[in-house]
Write a protein that binds this ligand. Structure first.
Ligand code: AMP
Ligand code: MG
Length: 520
């Protein structure tokens, strides 16, 4: 296994001078050196061939003893010094102080084909940031992160990636639903991969401590390596840096809305500075289209991070990042201008995205109304988002009956559909058909375009749960089946049509399918 080590984070940024992993407040530093914990009986469950190649490894490397040992934390690559990062964050709207990589350890940074990557183990043991927890991860959350991050990548959503999924061989004590029913679960380790794992919280923690010197070092580092085109550090460059983060973040959030992904815990420590989707915890996929839905039971009271609020929460988080960068800029005007533009940009981009889902590629004054009516009607009866939009591409203006058939197949309970709702649907399809007349594409062309933005296959919560249930019994076939399926989410894959169905009834109220907590 040959990896080209190119550590720069630890070389260019200030380190925590204490060399042991006792929990503490880490000041004047961006990270702490810490070694992963040795595990009892590691076993590799799945390796992504694509990521092996992306990082300059071979398929043989992926099956080697060395690979197993490195990516379960049992041996350390030569010339590397693993580390955990220091960050803070706002959790559910409240400043939580220092959080940090409590169970993530960056093994190394490597370079391949002029691209720079950080390799990070999640669930590899305690760090100075573990607070009162154990630094470990369980199999269920690791399967979910492994499958979903790769699925998101193939959906075209900016995200961290995953290289491998392994069992540690150790047991982990968890209260899955925080209801007093704790039990031992299998421990697991995922190797995540990204250009950078920096979060809004990495900047916030420094600003909160008025450590402007380290803050400047970190921002300059970020611009130098990740926003190189912004050039030399200056107040203008800092404002432009912020603007770029806002744009990237918004782009990702619009994608989430497009595919029906609900992150579940959009705390500022879970917001990537690159705008990638990061930290797959109690996330979920919309089944019934519902702006009020969140999979996270920890957030069930206020539903702060519900589907319909994700764009707003993104803005809230960006305000916190702006506050953190402010000391380096000294004037609010530039930052405020960007934040004020967010709302309008978000609306404009949302409209373009929704138009594309409907196969509309020109502009019409009444599109916003058409879309708002659709969203309202979709929520009158539980209607499967993925099936509805995918089938909508089969709609053609030549047959007016088609509209009802499409939506009928996406309803969860047809009995709940009153005549008034049926009429609303007919009315909507009538308007839609009329609107389509203004487009220049043929039905066939439109269909093809719509299928590029409306996925057929997403990682429905129950699918991940089936893979987890089997894996907990030692059967890992379904992990691979879903991994392969989700590599081509926009393709028809007729042989896999059993996954293009509504959530089965048994999954409606089952833990892991409709209820997820932060316990992982
Ligand atoms: P999350 O809700 O997963 O984004 O985690 C919030 C914070 O808690 C982060 O600082 C995590 O590193 C930390 N954390 C979560 N689970 C654990 C764990 N099992 N051990 C140590 N730290 C954890
Ligand atoms: Mg997190």
């Amino acid at each position: 296994m040959k990896l080209k080590i190119a550590d720069r984070f630890t070389k260019e940024l200030p380190a925590d001078p204490v060399l042991e992993n006792s929990r503490r407040q880490v000041k004047k530093a961006c990270f702490s050196f810490v070694n992963p914990k040795k595990t009892e009986k590691p076993e590799m469950l799945h390796v992504s061939p694509e990521m092996l190649f992306t990082l300059g490894m071979t398929l043989e490397d992926g099956t080697s003893e060395e690979f197993l040992n490195v990516f379960t934390g049992n041996s350390i690559l030569s010339n590397t010094k693993p580390y955990a990062m220091c960050y803070g964050g706002h959790q559910f709207g409240n400043w939580a102080g220092q959080l940090g990589d409590g169970r993530a350890i960056n093994l190394a940074e490597i370079e391949h084909k002029n691209k720079h990557w950080c390799l990070q183990l999640k669930g590899a043991g305690e760090t100075p940031y573990s607070r009162n927890a154990d630094g470990l991860a369980v199999l269920r959350s690791s399967v979910r992160e492994y499958l979903c991050s790769e699925a998101m990548y193939h959906l075209g959503v900016p995200t961290t990636r995953a290289l491998s999924l392994a069992l540690s061989g150790d047991e982990v004590w968890r209260d899955m639903l925080y209801d007093g029913n704790a039990a031992y679960e299998k421990g697991a380790i995922v190797c995540r991969v990204s250009q950078s794992f920096l979060r809004f919280g990495n900047y916030q923690i420094l600003a909160s401590r008025q450590d402007n010197e380290t803050l400047k070092t970190l921002v300059d580092y970020t611009i130098k390596h990740h926003f190189t085109y912004l050039g030399k550090p200056s107040k203008e460059a800092y404002v432009q840096f912020f603007e770029a983060v806002v744009e990237n973040t918004l782009e990702t959030l619009i994608h989430w809305q497009r595919v029906g992904f609900v992150h579940g815990v959009m705390n500022t420590d879970n917001m990537s500075i690159l705008g990638q989707t990061i930290d797959y915890g109690p996330y979920g996929w919309l089944e019934g289209y519902d702006h009020n839905w969140t999979p996270n039971t920890t957030d069930s009271q206020f539903k702060r991070y519900r589907y319909g609020a994700q764009l707003d929460m993104g803005l809230w988080n960006l305000y916190q990042l702006a506050n953190a960068l402010y000391p380096l800029i000294g004037e609010a005007e530039g930052l405020e201008r960007i934040l004020h533009a967010y709302y309008e940009n978000a609306q404009a981009q949302y409209l373009i995205m929704m138009r594309s889902k409907l196969g509309l590629f020109t502009e019409d004054k009444k599109d916003a109304e058409l879309i708002a009516n659709l969203e309202e009607t979709l929520q009158l009866t539980e209607t499967d988002m993925t099936i509805f939009f995918r089938n909508l591409s089969d709609f053609s203006t030549e047959t007016s009956l088609k509209g009802w058939t499409i939506v009928k197949d996406a309803f969860y309970t047809i009995n709940e559909v009153s005549d008034a709702i049926k009429q609303k649907w007919n009315f909507w399809f009538m308007n839609y058909a009329e609107r389509l007349q203004k487009e220049k594409f043929t039905s066939e062309e439109r269909k093809e375009k719509m299928k590029q933005v409306n996925p057929k296959y997403v990682l429905r919560n129950y699918m991940a749960q089936l893979a987890i249930d089997a894996a907990n019994k030692g059967d890992y076939k379904l992990i691979d089946e879903l991994f392969q399926l989700l590599r081509k989410p926009y393709e028809e894959q007729p042989e896999n049509k059993k996954w293009f169905v509504k959530r089965p009834d048994w999954a409606r109220h089952k833990a892991g399918c409709s209820m997820l907590s932060c316990s992982s």
